[in-house]
Design a protein around this ligand. Structure first.
Ligand SMILES: Cc1cc2nc3c(=O)[nH]c(=O)nc-3n(C[C@H](O)[C@H](O)[C@H](O)COP(=O)(O)O)c2cc1C
Length: 196
């Protein structure tokens, strides 16, 4: 079955999460991706990954300017299976939680929530203040999924790439996409090992 996903990259550290996700989705012919990147998001893509705008754009089927509030993805009549904001800054979290749809990322997320579609936000900040926590509760109450990119150390990742891939795999599974090659399912703890 074909899927249509909106992918946003905002200005939190962790641009690799959004980029790896796009790379994986570009290998899945049944998935159509619509990318929107904030100014600070592009800054982090460039500084953390040494990736230029053209290369990033090449990973998506369609790219929308974050200032273009008239883009297709700004309307509920644009049918999508949902949206992933990876990484998501606490500023974008605040905009979504309060309905301040002043750029295309916040507007598209607002639309996804109002249409009761799936919104997943990789909120990246630490430590968290009370406003961050309250905004996460608000988005959760609206049906969004707060998905901080917290590494899964019990899988014993050997590299940073392994850690990122595990998170990307979990993200894809939230949209019923095959990510078996990225995820080793947890087999349960072997009793003898836990007693060592
Ligand atoms: C190098 C760098 C790293 C940043 N890391 C974070 C972060 O991890 N989390 C966060 O919420 N904001 C972070 N920020 C701040 C956001 O980029 C800033 O609040 C910006 O206004 C977010 O706008 P946007 O959500 O529209 O991209 C960082 C900024 C820079 C320059």
């Amino acid at each position: 079955m074909n899927k249509r996903l909106i992918i946003a990259i905002s200005g939190a550290t962790g641009a690799a999460y959004g980029v790896r996700l796009l790379e994986e989705l570009s290998q899945q012919p049944e998935v159509e991706t619509h990318l929107v990147v904030s100014g600070p998001g592009m800054l982090n893509v460039a500084s953390e990954l040494d990736m230029d705008r053209a290369t990033l754009r090449g990973l998506a089927d369609e790219v929308h300017d974050v200032r273009n509030i008239g883009a297709s993805i700004a309307s509920g009549s644009f049918h999508s299976d949902g949206m992933i904001i990876a990484p998501c800054s606490v500023k974008t979290l605040a905009c979504v939680a309060t309905g301040v749809a002043d750029n295309l990322i916040a507007r598209a997320a607002d639309v996804v929530l109002k249409e009761r579609r799936r919104l997943v936000m990789l909120v990246r900040e630490t430590p968290l203040n009370l406003v961050h926590l309250r905004n996460m509760v608000t988005v959760t109450e609206m049906g969004g999924i707060i998905f901080p990119p917290v590494p899964t150390l019990y899988m014993k990742p050997a590299t940073l790439a392994d850690m990122i891939d595990h998170t990307v795999g979990r993200l894809m599974e939230l949209f019923d996409l095959d990510a078996a090659h990225l995820l080793e399912p947890w087999q349960g703890m072997i009793r003898d090992q836990s007693r060592k």
